[in-house]
Design a protein around this ligand. Structure first.
Ligand code: DX5
Ligand code: ZN
Length: 217
């Protein structure tokens, strides 16, 4: 069946203590994977980390590194991200002119390939690619920053995808917390990214476990 997984977004961690916070998330809070937000200050109005940091993090954890590339020209980063030890390379449909070639390129490296759309992009643009990718990420905020409000309107996209592809991994990212999880889970999402809801929680482990338990299996 489909996995029910929770991936803390390390953007909400103390990035100066990335290794320690990642270890805590995986070992103490029982996270299933780590969500790594790569932003280039061009595709989105924020600048975070890139392959050198992923490479350093890789030395400190065996966690699955789910990398969300909010960059223009994602093609440019496939080799470096693979070499750095990324496990999944999820690129924005809006950022490339040749998704077919990019999927092939990513799959060749051995990384898993994901595709993601921004809130204003309709879900049907992804239909031609579903059989060649590992995961679809439906953004539930405008990409760029943590701590924004969940856009409930995006759930129609999740429902449409779930009806079309019962076995597809559908991830949601942005504003997921104990109040919004039910809506996302009922719509059919099975991979839950949560940044502030986990890292700013009083009891992060309870949040991770509760989010995972809410995913409809
Ligand atoms: C936003 C990022 C998200 C963000 C989520 O561009 O893609 O992964 O870190 O943070 P929260 O869960 O706080 O909305
Ligand atoms: Zn993200």
């Amino acid at each position: 069946g489909l996995p029910a997984q929770v991936g803390p977004s390390i953007l909400a961690s103390d990035l100066s203590m990335l290794a320690a916070d990642s270890k805590k998330a995986m070992e103490q809070w029982t996270a299933d994977y780590l969500h790594v937000d790569i932003m280039d200050g061009h595709f989105v109005p924020n600048l975070t980390i890139g392959p050198p940091v992923v490479k350093c993090l890789r030395k400190h954890t065996t966690a699955f590194l789910d990398c969300h590339l909010m960059v223009s020209n994602p093609e440019h980063w496939v080799k470096d991200m693979a070499a750095a030890g990324a496990d999944r390379f999820t690129f924005h449909f809006e950022a490339t002119n040749d998704a077919d070639a990019l999927i092939e390129e990513v799959n060749k490296t051995g990384m898993k390939c994901g595709m993601v759309i921004k809130p204003k992009t309709p879900v049907d643009v992804l239909f031609p690619y579903l059989d060649r990718i590992d995961l679809v990420l439906i953004m539930t905020v405008e990409p760029g920053f943590g701590g924004q409000s969940f856009m409930v309107d995006m759930m129609d996209k999740v429902k449409t995808l779930r009806a079309k592809s019962p076995k597809l991994n559908i991830e949601v990212d942005g504003g997921l917390n104990l109040k919004t999880i039910d809506t996302a889970a009922k719509a059919g999402a099975n991979m839950i990214v949560a940044g502030s809801a986990v890292f700013k929680a009083e009891d992060p482990k309870l949040v991770v476990q509760t989010l995972r338990d809410k995913v409809v299996q």
